[in-house]
Design a protein around this ligand. Structure first.
Ligand SMILES: [Mn+2]
Length: 424
């Protein structure tokens, strides 16, 4: 479904007066708003192809209707999101769920929608129908060399698809691990995984990156072979300059200090990318910022501070992606909410008085340091996030416009009620 620009313009006209009043107040509260707005305009968050349909749990899946049936329709959906918010200008594909049969045509379609291809994702956490060996006991870690080779070959295949699409990074998330004590020799599992990753790394083009994603538990519940940032960092260091750690917010043990982790990974020059989601208990994959918005702000606070300390480009030097999936919302509305929450946290982090915070830290003024951070978190930045959208040609209120235009009803009429987009 294409969204004509006059519809956005008329939506914006109807909200403009209220917006300008709020923006004027926000400008009086926050210094340097122009610079913040420009950074927000530049900041893009990749949408994963698997989040466009209703996610499943282990217990069931409740399709919402009108879900994209093909890669082309997935690109159209991300294009629609990008038209609404001008902050979702990239799509991240999952192979084999999204194998492009005609990469040139897919590239052209994405370009029409103003989209780039973000990291491509391999999948050795489930068996495919045509595959020779099973990953039941792991892929890159497997004790059986033929199974490791199959998983390595798959990752190299994913890189090839990525090259055809103009992507420049591969994300490897492994479900490898063990469910019971004694099942695995930890060192052998590590060594096998390292050697497998080295073969994949050797197939990376020079200007590519490989992101090694970690996860504390699930689907294996006793050990995960890339279980935390220390293990990921260890692999990334041994692999080389093109290898980085990827942080998925839901992949930590409860109460882990994720802001400290990203700060240190940045310092070590090994933070490569980010998967945004939110959670209350484990890897719940809920909407970014829906449960712990203060944590999201604190993470962005460290990201901004750490990237600035190294002179990095916020928009380009790290991979930013949503990785969420659940059952109870319209997935497109949900993604609009996630992007908005990320933008708000980023804007809040940009508004932190860095000089004052550094002074407070150097003087052990704990109260003042807390005041500075909480003041930034509690100041409403939604008007400057909306202003960034307005300047980029997007909607002042994307979710409201999505509903006004009855997008979901249109998609159901076009595609039917019982479509399935996820490969799970
Ligand atoms: Mn992830």
């Amino acid at each position: 479904m294409l969204l004509e620009s006059y519809k956005i313009a008329s939506h914006n006209d109807s909200l403009l007066k209220g917006h300008e009043n709020k923006l004027a107040f926000t400008r009086s509260e926050i210094a340097g708003t122009e610079e913040i707005i420009q950074k927000l305009v530049d900041f893009q968050i990749a949408i994963p192809s698997w989040a466009l349909g209703t996610g499943g749990t282990r217990f069931g899946r409740f399709a919402g209707g009108g879900e994209p049936r093909t890669l082309e329709e997935k690109i159209e959906d991300v294009g629609l999101l990008h038209t609404l918010n001008k902050a979702s200008g990239a799509i991240s594909l999952h192979i084999p769920w999204d194998i492009p049969t005609d990469p040139k045509a897919i590239r052209a379609l994405a370009a029409q929608h103003g989209l780039k291809f973000d990291a491509v994702n391999s999948n050795t956490f489930q068996d495919q129908a045509d595959q020779e060996h099973t990953y039941k006991f792991g892929s890159l870690q497997n004790v059986n060399k033929a199974i490791r080779k199959q998983a390595i070959d798959h990752n190299i295949e994913v890189i090839k698809h990525g090259i055809e699409l103009g992507s420049d990074s591969l994300t490897v998330w492994l479900s490898d691990g063990s469910c019971f004590p004694g099942q695995l020799n930890f060192r052998k599992a590590y060594q096998n995984t390292l050697e497998s990753l080295q073969e994949i790394y050797a197939a990376l083009p020079d200007d590519w990156k490989i992101f090694v994603e970690y996860k504390a538990f699930e689907p294996n519940f006793y050990s995960m072979t890339v279980g935390d940032w220390g293990q990921s960092l260890s692999y990334a260091r041994k692999l080389g300059d093109k290898a980085y750690t990827l942080v998925d917010l839901g992949h930590h043990l409860p109460n882990a200090n994720i802001e400290q982790i990203v700060s240190l990974l940045l310092m070590e020059e090994k933070l490569g990318g980010f998967h945004f989601n939110d959670s209350k208990y484990g890897d719940d994959d809920l909407t970014a910022g829906s449960v712990k918005p203060y944590q999201l702000f604190l993470i962005f606070n460290e990201l901004v501070e750490g990237m600035d300390a190294r002179g990095m480009n916020h928009a380009k030097d790290l991979g930013w992606m949503i990785d969420a999936s659940h059952n109870v919302k319209d997935p497109l509305e949900d993604l609009l909410q996630s992007v908005e929450a990320i933008m708000i946290a980023y804007a809040q982090a940009l508004s932190v008085d860095r000089k004052a915070l550094e002074d407070a830290q150097e003087n052990n003024d704990v109260v003042r340091a807390q005041e500075i951070l909480q003041n930034a978190f509690r100041t409403d930045v939604r008007a400057i996030v909306a202003e960034a959208r307005l300047r980029a040609g997007a909607a002042l209120n994307p979710v409201a416009l999505y509903r006004e235009l009855k997008v979901r009803e249109n998609l159901i009429a076009e595609r039917g009620l019982k479509t399935v987009s996820t490969g799970l």
